[in-house]
Design a protein around this ligand. Structure first.
Ligand SMILES: *Cc1c(COP(=O)(O)O)cnc(C)c1O
Length: 348
């Protein structure tokens, strides 16, 4: 790896404005009990669930760059689009409050989906965000709902800035190019050369940023992406295209081709946000062995994939894997206790 190629030395990258609201560096912690339980590789958690703002998660690093753009544009209001248990919405609400920006959320759910005000949705309200709920027949298809909110805000004399879905785009990726440098410095300090960096894939922005970072710094590991919604074929096409266009703006010259990507889509289950037995097993195992909470939507599905790859021998006991914990655990409270396979014991 080549840590001389710091992002500070890269002019285009430095032109990306940034507000510093994350608690960094996040810890890198070895999970010896989890490794032993799986008879598996050395496992480390990169604790990006502890990035601080609004209870933390991967969106904090993205929003440091996205919200800086909003401020630069003179906006006084940010519009954030997502699912009704969106982590992006929760974290943007908290960071918006810190920056003095009004936050308007446009949150979608399928028409028949119950949307109790708990988990992220409760926290959005506590952070003072305004919520417009939308029925989406197809998930992530908001029709003109965002435009309607933007026009209403403009009529009210506000200057809205729309945050891209998932915090995607070059700003979001910049956060994970930076994170790569931070991780490589931590790996060097403790003398490890990981074989894999595992991460869940939603929009793919985090994965793309990590790929750009890995190529830029010539990292030793492969970035292992576990999709929580999209198909592998779709991602093999989209990720290189989106990473390439972001690389131009960030001034990075190494761009990933489809051959560089290591992506699985076997752990989605019946759909985004719908729990699977494997994900719930992963939540219990990691909680019991390490005292670390995963979330049912992203990190648990990723860990399910990692566990399966270890059990199949595709990740060997002599290897080292770093699991990027992207956060999301406030959504735990929006799931029924039975779905975790836990229940009260007998009455005393
Ligand atoms: C948004 C999110 C992801 C996915 O990140 P992308 O950059 O959209 O792929 C993963 N984990 C958690 C907890 C998230 O909130």
């Amino acid at each position: 790896m080549d840590l001389n190629k710091t992002v500070e030395a890269c002019a285009a990258f430095n032109n990306f404005p940034r507000v510093r609201l994350a608690t960094l560096p996040t810890p890198l912690e070895e999970a010896v009990h989890l490794s032993a339980a799986l008879k598996g590789p050395r496992i480390f958690f990169k604790r990006d669930d502890l990035t601080g703002a609004g209870l933390g998660g991967n969106k904090v690093r993205k929003l440091e760059f996205v919200l800086a753009r909003a401020l630069e544009s003179g906006a006084d209001t940010v519009v954030v689009v997502g699912g009704f248990q969106s982590n992006l919405a929760r974290i943007a609400s908290a960071m918006g409050a810190r920056l003095g920006l009004q936050v308007e959320l446009v949150l979608g759910g399928l028409p028949d989906e119950p949307r109790p005000m708990t988990g992220n949705l409760l926290l959005d309200r506590l952070f003072g965000a305004k919520v417009t709920m939308v029925d989406t027949e197809i998930r992530w298809e908001f029709g003109d709902a965002v435009q309607v909110v933007v026009e209403r805000l403009q009529r009210e004399g506000r200057k809205p800035f729309v945050v891209p879905l998932g915090g995607a785009g070059p700003e979001g990726m910049a956060g994970y190019v930076n994170a790569t440098q931070e991780m490589l410095e931590q790996f060097e300090a403790i003398g490890i050369e990981p074989d894999y960096l595992a991460v869940p894939i939603g929009s793919g922005g985090t994965y793309s940023g990590l790929m750009l970072g890995a190529l830029h710094f010539d990292a030793p590991y492969r970035v292992l992406g576990i999709s929580v919604s999209r198909t592998r074929d779709y991602l093999l096409e989209r990720v290189p295209a989106e990473a390439a266009s972001a690389a131009v703006q960030l001034g990075l010259d190494a761009v990933p081709g489809a051959d560089d990507l290591l992506i699985h889509d076997d752990y989605v289950g019946t759909g985004y946000g719908e729990s699977t037995a494997g994900a719930m097993e992963a939540i219990r195992l990691v909680a019991e062995t390490e005292g670390i909470l995963l979330d049912p939507v992203y990190s648990a599905k990723c860990m399910h994939g990692v566990i399966e790859l270890i059990r199949r021998g595709e990740i060997g006991a002599d290897q080292t894997l770093v699991f990027l914990h992207t956060g999301g655990w406030p959504a735990l409270f929006a799931y029924a206790p039975e779905s975790f396979g836990v229940s009260d014991g007998p009455k005393a």
